[in-house]
Ligand binder design. Structure first.
Ligand code: SF4
Ligand code: SF4
Length: 81
């Protein structure tokens, strides 16, 4: 089963992935409902990402929709080993 992954050095914290996820799953542009969360530490500039455990099992998201809306190419999928 593929899993969602990301290159932290490419992420710009634009949060497009959160909007895409919320829309494909809830038909709302509401980042609070997204199964992917981007955290930007403004003091250090570091960016971290987390996803809910069940994000890859969402019926409406078998194609990892968020990866198609990541403008920097930071999001990608990997095969689980
Ligand atoms: S893979 Fe689908 S459910 Fe998971 S974070 Fe991306 S858009 Fe959301
Ligand atoms: S869409 Fe891509 S660049 Fe934007 S916050 Fe998400 S992972 Fe980062």
């Amino acid at each position: 089963m593929p899993r969602l992954n990301y290159h932290h050095n490419l992420c710009t914290a634009c949060r497009s992935c959160e909007l895409a996820c919320a829309f494909i799953n809830f038909q709302e542009f509401n980042p609070a409902k997204a199964k992917i969360k981007i955290y930007l530490d403004r003091s250090s500039g570091s960016i971290s990402l987390c996803t809910e455990e069940n994000c890859i099992y969402t019926p409406d998201c078998r194609e990892f929709t968020c990866t198609n809306y990541c403008p920097s190419g930071a999001l990608y999928t990997t095969k689980e080993v």
